[in-house]
Design a protein around this ligand. Structure first.
Ligand SMILES: [Zn+2]
Length: 240
């Protein structure tokens, strides 16, 4: 395996996260997970360009603060700049998930705001702003394919936990890999339930900001439970 600055535990977490999110269909052939290196915090680790369900430890690359691979000639993800620019803007962020999860897409394409409809989505209390790439670059292909686009996305995220990307997907941040995975899964679920609730008699009673803040704190205290469960339900990665 290539020498990465990240600890073995963190590398195992990024591999597990990729596979867990594929199992939950938050990631399909596209999307990615990264973690800030726990030994060189200006760098981060993520897979080479590969479908997340296939990721093993040998596929991870180390990227520098400008999102370029360190001593690695393999092809990285086009959208690695999402990760590098958020890590630059938010020093406390330790892990990031970018996905194209389906139920979230309508909220990036309409005026309806994604809001916490239940306690598992309480981290959305701080808002889920929409990044519209057209406002930064008229001629675009929706992808965050360079540093200026990554910086603009990080600007839209601001101090929030989740940013929606019009016509594209979403990006969530966490204080570690388990939290970023938790938020990616429950952003998708919250979006699905909010869409269902709009078909019933309204108005929808969302969590208040105060409820959201408190519930987010409670969820942080029990993160290990779903994380252990999700890892155990994975099939064993094939040896290479
Ligand atoms: Zn994308």
């Amino acid at each position: 395996m290539r020498k990465l600055s990240a600890s073995r535990g963190l590398i195992e977490d990024v591999v597990a996260a990729s596979r867990v999110l594929a199992m939950h269909e938050v990631l399909d052939a596209y999307g990615h997970v990264s973690a800030r290196s726990d030994r060189r915090p200006e760098r981060f680790v993520m897979s080479r360009s590969l479908a997340p369900a296939l990721v093993t430890a040998a596929d991870l690359m180390e990227l520098d603060a400008d999102s370029e691979p360190v001593r690695d000639k393999r092809k990285g993800f086009i959208e690695r700049y999402i990760h590098g620019e958020i890590y630059r803007a938010r020093p406390e962020v330790m892990a990031i998930v970018h996905s194209h999860s389906a139920s979230v897409i309508p909220f990036g394409a309409t005026r309806t705001k994604l809001r916490p409809i239940y306690h598992m989505g309480s981290f959305l209390w701080s808002g889920a702003p929409v990044f519209d790439i057209r406002k930064v670059r008229e001629e675009n292909d929706l992808l965050i394919r360079d540093r200026p686009l990554g910086k603009a996305l990080a600007g839209s995220l601001g101090k929030c936990n989740c940013v929606l990307m019009r016509g594209h997907g979403m990006t969530v941040i966490g204080d570690g890999v388990p939290e970023a995975v938790f938020r990616a899964i429950y952003t998708e679920m919250n979006a699905r339930m909010q869409l269902q609730a709009t078909q019933l008699e309204g108005p929808i009673e969302f969590l208040s900001d105060e409820e959201g803040r408190r519930s987010q704190g409670s969820n942080r205290g029990t993160l290990e439970r779903p994380w252990e469960l999700w890892k155990k339900t994975l099939s064993r990665p094939k040896a290479r």
